[in-house]
Write a protein that binds this ligand. Structure first.
Ligand code: B12
Length: 313
């Protein structure tokens, strides 16, 4: 993209934000114009514009301005043909050729490379092999979470990798869906899993569903974006002992969903608010907040065990 140095008004028009917003982002987060022309107002360069574009996109997606600014400051400068120039001066093709996986190890690095190649066969094989060898919980915590977080980071910084995010999500879902119950169910499923209304992030709950299957705990999983009325209908018709509601971002974390479950005629014994969207200080009394997959699994297994005991006695 060849961009001449732009005035604040021109940048505001290109991004579709107010000039006052640009001024705030400059003053509060240091995302201002960097070209100085003597005797004139400072001008925005192509690199400034690229950073502001990241800022605009992330804030529109609901990321807080401070967090968005952190990503925007790291954003590479987009230059012609989809190639990006990092501020170190290095040039990479296609928006960065790797997904950062921290210290996650060689299998995660291999999975990240397969993801970048959009090699769904290799992605699926790696995930299935890991589940068979290490189980669902370890596969989620040590292999999949690092890669997913890396994809999220890369996307936030460059606006790229949406196709990778979608492909990997699909492979993860398929692998988890094929984990089968390790023992026959004792009675009908008494655990209900549901994403909050409009919540599209379902993978952590799919991980829980697979971990439950692996542990021989039968359950129902309603999937993503479940309207409250549908969730309440499901509770009314199936009488679950425990309901887990997943919210990934604060936009889907309406505590009224949990209050409605607690007020339901067939009130579940346990209501779990799972996921980083929920804020514990805003939740109704009586709701539990597991912090990771292991804790959620332990609670669900405990519910199943206590139901089994009372059915036997
Ligand atoms: C895959 C993905 C998607 C997929 C989801 C597919 C699916 N079937 O789930 C799709 C493409 C649909 C998607 C959509 C969107 N996404 Co998205 N997505 C992701 C990504 C890459 C992974 C999500 C995930 O599964 N995380 C699970 C693990 C990997 O997260 P974690 O942080 O390690 O988990 C913590 C806790 O959750 C807990 N935990 C982990 N597992 C478990 C399991 C259980 C049972 C429990 C109790 C706890 C627990 O432990 C961890 C430590 O606290 C994240 C990046 C990220 N860092 O999460 C972005 C991310 C969550 N998405 C983001 C955004 C903005 C969106 C969209 C709004 C984008 C858009 N413009 O459309 C939409 C959301 C629409 C909606 N209404 O829901 C942002 C959220 C920013 C924010 N804080 O609000 C993120 C963080 C990316 C980013 N850095 O910008 N996304």
């Amino acid at each position: 993209m060849a961009v001449e140095a732009l005035s604040a008004g021109a940048v505001a028009r290109r991004l579709g934000v107010a000039v006052t917003t640009l001024r705030t982002w400059h003053q509060r987060y240091g995302l201002g114009p960097s070209q100085h022309v003597p005797g004139h107002h400072r001008r925005y360069t192509a690199a400034d514009l690229a950073r502001l574009e990241v800022m605009r996109r992330l804030t529109a997606e609901g990321v807080s301005p401070a967090e968005a600014a952190r990503w925007a400051r790291q954003a590479p400068e987009t230059i012609s043909g989809g190639t990006v120039r990092h501020r170190s001066g290095t040039v990479r093709d296609g928006g960065g050729a790797t997904i950062p996986v921290g210290r996650a190890g060689p299998v995660a690095r291999g999975l990240a490379r397969a993801a970048m190649r959009l090699d769904s066969a290799a992605i699926s094989e790696t995930i299935s092999r890991a589940i068979a060898t290490d189980g669902v919980v370890d596969t989620w915590d040590r292999l999949l979470r690092p890669v997913l977080v890396g994809i999220g980071e890369r996307h936030a910084a460059t606006a790229a990798l949406v196709e990778v995010e979608h492909l990997v999500s699909r492979c993860v879902s398929t692998a988890f869906a094929t984990v089968t119950m390790t023992r026959p169910a004792f009675g009908p499923p008494r655990i209900l899993l549901s994403c909050a209304y409009e919540e599209q992030h379902s993978l952590p709950l799919e991980a829980l569903a697979a971990a439950l299957a692996e542990a021989g705990v039968s359950h129902r999983f309603l999937g993503a974006r479940v309207p409250l009325t549908a969730l309440l209908d499901a509770v009314d018709r199936t009488g679950p002992a425990a309901v887990v509601v997943w919210s990934h971002t604060r936009f889907t974390a309406d505590p009224a969903q949990l209050s409605a479950l607690l007020a339901a005629p067939r009130r579940p014994l346990l209501v779990l608010a799972a996921g980083p969207g929920w804020q514990s200080d805003t939740l109704p009394a009586g709701v539990m907040c597991p912090t990771d997959l292991t804790e959620a699994l332990t609670l669900a297994v405990a519910v199943r065990d206590s139901l089994d005991r009372s059915a036997v006695s």
